[in-house]
Design a protein around this ligand. Structure first.
Ligand code: KMT
Length: 179
């Protein structure tokens, strides 16, 4: 089950947990309310025949799929990519990741500009809405393997902050206010 908490952004190693003392956990309902993130737990040992996953992909129109493995051996330009992943950015489309193995952290900004750190690991499927400011890092195990889904033809381009005038950002802000 995914765990999330308010991040202590003290500038030390990004791969550490960065919990505050005491920790301030954010439960799933709160996470959804504050950020619009969607979450499902699906057994990744049997995902190829999982009916719930089939249903989600159909309902959400997640037509495209591929796989990404992030290790120094598997990912070309590993160090450069990790830097890009950890720069605060948004996308013009949803970011959908289903973790097959390993683990890592998505950091997302809430409406008070605080970072919420979301630990993702095997069986976690998470959707970050278009226009949300976020970043990604591996944890201290340095390994994650995930499926990437997309609605239509994939566009992975990160749009680095500041991007407040970007239509996806405007639309995200509007949606969050209207909730
Ligand atoms: C991205 O776009 O941030 C990535 O693909 C990295 C995270 S995949 C678990």
């Amino acid at each position: 089950m995914v765990q999330a908490w308010i991040m202590n952004d003290d500038g030390t190693d990004q791969r550490l947990e960065h919990k505050t003392d005491p920790p301030q956990y954010v439960d799933l309902a709160e996470l959804k309310k504050r950020t619009g993130i969607m979450y499902w737990e699906i057994d990744s040992d049997t995902y190829e025949t999982n009916e719930e996953l089939k249903q989600i992909r159909k309902e959400q129109d997640y037509s495209y799929e591929d796989e990404i493995t992030i290790t120094e051996q598997a990912l070309p330009n590993y160090h450069e990519k990790l830097k890009i992943f950890f720069m605060e950015h948004l996308h013009s489309d949803e970011e959908i990741r289903y973790i097959l193995d390993g683990s890592g952290y998505f950091d997302v900004r809430d409406s008070d500009e605080k970072w919420i750190r979301i630990k993702v690991e095997k069986n976690d499927m998470i959707t970050l809405p278009a226009g949300i400011y976020h970043r990604f890092t591996l944890d201290d195990k340095n390994y994650i393997k995930a499926k990437r889904y997309f609605v239509g033809v994939p566009v992975w381009t990160p749009i680095n902050r500041p991007a407040d005038e970007h239509p996806a950002r405007q639309s995200y802000i509007k949606t969050m206010k209207g909730q």
